[in-house]
Design a protein around this ligand. Structure first.
Ligand code: HEC
Ligand code: HEC
Ligand code: HEC
Ligand code: HEC
Ligand code: HEC
Length: 212
């Protein structure tokens, strides 16, 4: 059989092939890590907002309860957003003419909601229910972090399916007694195990629980 390549060229070809393969594996590994990393889930990145609202100032400094503005959270699927008139209840006096608050006055005049950006929105094929979680003893802090310390709202957990399942497989250690759900200094122990939650055959890990 005739030789197409000199032994040296053959060696170089093998080396090039090997390097190419290594680069491919490297890229695949990087993609794999990226998909699972917090960066890909936008953890820690605030979204641009129409008004520079600060939880640190309102829920922290002024000490307003979460339910004052997110009134649906104990009953409904959605926590709900405050209306412009709720903000203007205070800001009719405080900072009344500020340009930063112009979207509040527009919203009131047009009867349209304030176009807040969400950092937590789940895809449409999934479902979530705040009321069921609060009633089971899941605290805002467990999923959203220490929001009352945030000058800009960020996501602290990925909100990925794997993250949901981590708790659904074994919720007890991550839950509180229901009366401690809104306690910002809670240091206590989880309540005794609920025999109906968690476990391998639990409805909490079935696809249809979270998917439409
Ligand atoms: C004075 C009203 C007010 C209070 C009190 C308040 N919030 Fe909010 N919250 C807002 C507004 C306005 C937004 C939308 C702007 C933003 O994300 O910063 C928001 C956004 C959020 C979001 C992000 C929603 C999304 O779609 O990603 C979470 C989570 C949240 N609040 C949790 C809390 C928690 C927990 C508390 C109590 C510690 C609390 N909030 C208290 C007004 C309030
Ligand atoms: C209970 C009264 C109260 C409510 C309700 C309230 N605020 Fe405030 N807000 C204040 C006070 C007090 C300040 C601080 C004013 C200061 O220090 O100059 C403030 C400051 C602000 C500032 C200036 C922030 C900064 O960094 O200086 C913005 C913007 C703002 N509020 C938006 C809102 C929005 C939007 C809502 C409704 C979701 C809202 N506020 C609801 C009392 C309130
Ligand atoms: C078990 C985890 C979990 C707990 C506990 C939880 N949340 Fe949420 N929250 C979420 C998820 C997931 C979303 C996104 C929901 C969606 O897109 O359907 C969300 C969205 C929100 C939003 C924006 C959209 C909406 O529902 O109106 C607000 C505001 C909010 N949460 C506030 C709170 C407050 C306040 C508490 C505590 C009283 C709380 N959450 C407790 C997981 C949680
Ligand atoms: C901290 C633990 C925890 C996390 C995190 C959590 N869950 Fe749950 N979830 C529970 C518990 C406990 C229940 C059972 C509530 C009950 O007994 O009704 C539940 C119930 C549910 C239900 C059934 C609600 C109903 O109407 O009965 C849905 C849907 C759900 N979770 C979706 C999700 C999704 C989606 C995520 C992730 C974005 C998530 N959960 C994250 C603890 C958690
Ligand atoms: C505890 C809630 C929960 C359960 C149970 C659950 N999922 Fe999910 N799933 C989610 C959430 C939240 C997302 C969106 C975030 C993500 O893509 O990870 C999702 C996303 C997905 C996606 C889309 C992934 C993508 O890349 O877009 C598929 C496919 C999926 N789930 C299949 C399943 C199957 C099959 C089961 C049953 C074996 C299941 N899920 C059970 C919460 C759940």
């Amino acid at each position: 059989m005739p030789q197409h390549f000199t032994p040296r060229a053959d060696g170089r070809l093998r080396l090039a092939l090997l390097l190419g393969l290594a680069a491919l594996i490297g890229a695949a590994l990087l993609a794999f890590v990226m998909v699972r990393s917090d960066h890909a889930w936008a953890v820690g990145r605030p979204a641009p907002q129409p008004i520079p609202f600060s939880h640190a100032l309102h829920a922290g400094g002024l000490g307003l309860d979460c339910r004052y503005c997110h009134a649906g959270v104990e009953r409904a699927a959605e926590a709900g957003m405050p209306s412009a008139s709720l903000c203007l209840g205070c800001h009719g006096d405080v900072w009344a003419g500020a340009t930063a608050l112009a979207p509040l006055r527009d919203s009131l005049a047009l009867g349209a909601p304030i176009p807040w950006s969400s950092v937590h929105r789940l895809p449409d094929h999934t479902r979530f229910h705040h009321g069921a979680h609060i009633a089971a003893g899941a605290a805002c802090e467990t999923c959203h972090g220490r929001v009352w310390e945030m000058p800009q709202t960020i996501k602290v957990r990925p909100m990925s399916m794997g993250w949901c399942l981590d708790c659904h497989r074994e919720p007890e250690p991550r839950l509180r007694p229901v009366e401690a759900v809104f306690d910002r200094d809670w240091q206590g122990r989880p309540p005794p195990a609920n025999p109906h939650a968690g476990g391998a055959v639990s409805p909490l890990t079935q696809c249809s629980t979270c998917h439409r």
